[in-house]
Design a protein around this ligand. Structure first.
Ligand code: ADP
Ligand code: MG
Length: 401
């Protein structure tokens, strides 16, 4: 479900690309204004950059408006930018022009966008245009220099492609983990729901069999056979349901003893790199000598990951996540507080509902699963939030007895 208040629907990657492009064009304008060259060359250069600026504005408006067409638009952008650079480079000093660095920028941005495999093709295309952007300059520069520059460009493209691939894989894994956990949870709920009518059917069938036995002078053999087959089918369904519930109970009662501080330490370490890329800092205030909590460690990890992932997503422009633990009378308290966009009052009531999401690619299951796991462990979870100030999610878990 999407919030009605969501007016802008801009992907952070598209926004970052637009910003990089804007800064690059701005830098080129300043260069054109102050770089020593003849007045006519300066005028021509500035007009060209002006057109290029307007073209980029139109291009990114298209990217924001037609997000589903973004891969095609970015490919078009790559081709136009390559043509643009091959006009600018010969004008500004050939292969030694500062504008050749633009080829590296193009290779980096597009490799990040299209991923690892495409990055090799992009690097070959960009370095080809780079080398032949000024054919007559090729005699001024030794082939070893040309090869090394193309090699650096290839390395940069592949590195960016690899990083984006890794980020996408991590995101997919998290979404899959949420979906798997939710499916397990729902199948248990269905099993529970089926068990009650099943026992009613079984009991009623037994009573019916008794009633049939009382009938005198009627041939009841056919009825008894039918009742026998109903009973055996009911037994079969019952066995399947019991087996499933037993399996779920077993997986819930595995190792339940978590060192909360150690887990938070390792989780924050795991997320810190991604956080710093997103301009997010962690502030940790973990109480010393905190008793262990009675919950399986992998579950606590999943809960905290779901909560922190939400904080990440609530701070597209960066911010701070404060994580603190406290020993309370009846258990361990973990609080995650962010400085993100916050949650409106009407949405706050619904955040723990299954499938409630305000995100384009959200599952709406993160907090639902977290809540279910916390409650199964005998604890509680709450969420407070102020729009544009931030959100605080608090979890209470019982001590390990
Ligand atoms: P999802 O993240 O897939 O949308 P969740 O169950 O994790 O599903 O969260 C449900 C909704 O609660 C989110 O879509 C979002 O609107 C809101 N929400 C949860 N945590 C935060 C947070 N830290 N800051 C702002 N909104 C949040
Ligand atoms: Mg979530």
């Amino acid at each position: 479900m999407k919030s009605e208040k969501q007016i802008f629907n801009i992907d952070p990657t598209d926004f970052a690309f637009a910003l990089v492009k804007l800064l690059a064009v701005f830098g080129a304008m300043i260069w054109g204004l102050y770089h020593p060259m003849s007045p006519s060359a300066k005028l021509f250069f500035l007009i060209l950059i002006g057109f290029y600026f307007v073209y980029n504005l139109a291009l990114y408006l298209c990217v924001f408006k037609f997000a589903d067409k973004a891969p095609k638009i970015y490919f078009f952008e790559l081709l136009v930018d390559l043509i643009f650079l091959s006009v600018i480079v010969p004008m500004t000093g050939g292969l030694n022009s500062t504008f050749t660095l633009g080829f590296f920028l193009l290779a980096a941005i597009h490799s990040f966008y299209y991923g690892l495999f495409a990055s090799i093709g992009i690097a070959l295309l960009v370095s080809g245009v780079y080398i032949f952007s000024c054919p007559h300059c090729l005699t001024q520069i030794h082939w070893t220099d040309i090869s090394l520059r193309a090699g650096f460009l290839l390395l940069l493209a592949v590195t960016m492609g690899y990083l984006s691939e890794r980020e996408r894989r991590m995101h997919r894994q998290l979404v899959n983990a949420e979906q798997l956990a939710a499916m397990g949870l729902m199948s248990s709920q269905i099993a529970h729901a089926v068990r009650n009518p099943l026992s009613t059917i079984s009991l009623s069938t037994e009573l019916l069999a008794d009633e049939i036995k009382k009938c005198r002078g009627v041939d009841t053999r056919e009825a008894e056979t039918l009742i026998g087959s109903i009973m055996s089918e009911v037994q079969e369904v019952n066995d399947v349901v019991e087996e499933h519930l037993k399996f779920m109970r077993k997986s819930k009662s595995e190792y339940r003893n978590s060192d909360v501080n150690a887990l938070l330490d390792s989780l924050i370490k795991f997320l810190e790199k991604e956080a710093s890329h997103k301009g997010i800092s962690f502030l940790k205030e973990l109480e010393r000598n905190l008793p262990n909590a009675r919950i399986e460690e992998s579950r606590l990890r999943q809960i905290m990951l779901n909560i922190m992932r939400n904080s990440f997503e609530a701070m597209p422009a960066g911010g701070q996540i404060r994580v603190y633990t406290k020993k309370e009378k009846d258990g361990v308290e973990i609080t995650v507080e962010d400085t993100g966009v916050g949650i409106s009052r009407e949405n706050l009531r619904r955040v723990f509902e299954p499938f409630f999401t305000t995100k384009d690619v959200g599952t709406g299951l993160g907090l639902y699963i977290a809540r279910d796991m916390v409650i199964t462990a005998g604890g509680g979870i709450s969420c407070e939030s102020k729009v544009n100030k931030g959100t605080k999610v608090k979890i209470r878990l019982p001590f390990m007895s």
